[in-house]
Design a protein around this ligand. Structure first.
Ligand code: DHB
Ligand code: MG
Length: 247
């Protein structure tokens, strides 16, 4: 009753761009959306390039899966707090979080981002160009595990921040790759680790849930990783993030 009708709240467009239609497809309480809209409008300040990148997410093979505006800002802040110069991202889609990372590392920094689908990469390239960060970002098209292995074999300079946000069943492999491509002090963030609470179902038949549970076990068992997980509600429904740091 405190939230009013979900229809009015969901379409009233308190966001900075005044959209009449919710830009995110995830089931989400109107009160959660209102709070996300409030903080995003007050604190986040997406520019036109970020708004365009977010909206173009609808045209990717995983529509509207990009992080929320306040989550993108968190990724950018973590990157700056870590003093990161090099960021590795698993899962580009339209490049929304990629832009946050690229701006956080600045003109002298580098973001390498893995994307399976060339059609998504093409959308991302345009978004990166509009955001003025094309020079700092390399999109590598193909299966992320192969792309990561190629970086390991090439003896690529270690990354300071890794964001794992691609196909969830592969989370354990991506963590392994992240560990091969980082050193002490690195920050590793994993998206979508709650999935409407399904993460607690040990016997879940959903390979995405099992991909999260296995990576949680791997992190817990790793002597060099300090980590926590935080569940979130907002425009993307009920979900959450793992944040880990390599000792
Ligand atoms: C899904 C993937 C994401 O990265 C996300 O943020 C939300 C949902 C998905 O696989 O459905
Ligand atoms: Mg995600």
């Amino acid at each position: 009753m405190t939230h009013g009708s979900s229809t009015a709240s969901d379409t009233s467009g308190t966001g900075t761009d005044g959209d009449a239609v919710p830009v995110n497809r995830y089931a989400s309480d109107s009160a959660w959306r209102a709070v996300d809209d409030y903080f995003a409008a007050a604190l986040v300040g997406e520019d036109e390039a970020l708004v365009a990148a977010r909206e173009s997410g609808a045209a990717t093979t995983m529509p509207n899966a990009e992080v929320a505006a306040n989550q993108g800002a968190l990724l950018g802040l973590l990157t700056r707090i870590a003093g990161a110069r090099r960021v590795l991202e698993f899962g580009t889609l339209a490049g929304y979080s990629t832009i946050w990372f690229a701006r956080a590392v600045g003109p002298a920094g580098r973001v390498v981002t893995f994307e399976l689908e060339e059609t998504n990469a093409a959308i991302a390239r345009e978004n990166l160009r509009r955001a003025g960060v094309s020079e700092q970002v390399e999109i590598v098209v193909g299966p992320a595990a192969d792309s990561a292995q190629a970086l390991v074999e090439a003896g690529t300079e270690p990354f300071d921040v890794v964001f794992i946000d691609a196909d969830k069943p592969s989370n354990p492999r991506y963590l392994e790759a992240a560990l091969a491509l980082t050193r002490s002090g690195a920050v590793i963030v994993i998206d979508n680790v709650v999935r409407d609470g399904a993460v607690v179902q040990a016997d879940s038949a959903d390979p995405r849930v099992q991909g999260v549970r296995r990576v949680v076990d791997d992190i817990a068992a790793h002597a060099e990783l300090d980590a926590t997980a935080v569940q979130t509600v907002g425009v993307k429904g009920w979900d959450g993030l793992i944040v880990a740091r390599r000792r």
